[in-house]
Write a new protein. Sequence first.
Length: 94
Amino acid sequence: MKPVGDKDRFSQTSDVVACNLDGGKALLDMASSNYYQLNGTAALLWELIGEGSSVVQVAEQMLEKFEVDRSQCLADTKEVIGSFEEAGLVLRLD
């Protein structure tokens, strides 16, 4: 799998069902029957991915919510989106 780039865009796969859970989200991948629990930060990333934003746009929106170093935020955003992709929860559009 290639690294997540700044301009890459992703979409949530249609096999994933999400619901709010204790300040985060629960995801169920119907294709694999795997269940994931996201904390509040990862849940926000999940929602922003669903809006079709690029990785940089997602990170910028995260910076509006959290006080964190810009480069660290971008690196963390790429890491989480990469883990979503590896788990088969999102598809790369670009």
